[in-house]
Design a protein around this ligand. Sequence first.
Ligand SMILES: N[C@@H](CCC(=O)N[C@@H](CS)C(=O)NCC(=O)O)C(=O)O
Length: 212
Amino acid sequence: MILFTVPSSPFGARIRIQAAAKGLTLDIAEPPGGLGSPEFFAINPFGKVPVLRTDEGDIIESAVIQEYLEDCHPEPNLRGTSPMQLAAVRTFTRAVDLYLFPALFGLRGAGGGEADALAKVVEEIGTAVDRLARLKAGDYLCGSSLTLADCALAPAYFYTDLFAGRLGFRSPFEHHQAFTTWWAHVNGIPAVGAVIADLASIAAAPREVVSE
Ligand SMILES: N[C@@H](CCC(=O)N[C@@H](CS)C(=O)NCC(=O)O)C(=O)O
């Protein structure tokens, strides 16, 4: 299977973390023709990475790719077993996508020096993080082992920290010891730490922008 993604993508990163945690090898490649190209739009009508190329066809949307990989390679199980555990993991992942990422993308427009605009975006991120904190249940995000929820939040946590440092605000995650403790633990897991280290090295290299 080939994962089309770009090195800085937090959505690609969650799949890479999942694959590593499952011991799956994915070939990682840039989107054919590049992001924004007609060739890539022919693959994904929305023009977004990641896309998983399988023998049966292409799959778009990171949350769907995650589920597909779990369906094809059930062990180790990263999405829970009981219907309630499955629901908890899906809820957390969905909340990251629907509420945290849109707030984070607001940083792109707010980094230009307008203090009020930045403060408003940081407040929105803070609200999303406060609400996610209420969903966290267990040493990991959902229970006592790594799940797809952890795979989804880790790259978002990394980018929140990165932009906090760059734009001079305190990461809202730091207001929640449950998250800082989780981060220290989860980032020490090789499957997570290796992908986060890759994001860090891309971020340290001159200019690559994460886009929505
Ligand atoms: N909902 C999508 C979001 C993916 C997404 O926003 N990917 C960004 C890179 S991090 C992208 O492809 N941006 C290029 C564009 O929008 O032109 C998913 O979960 O896969």
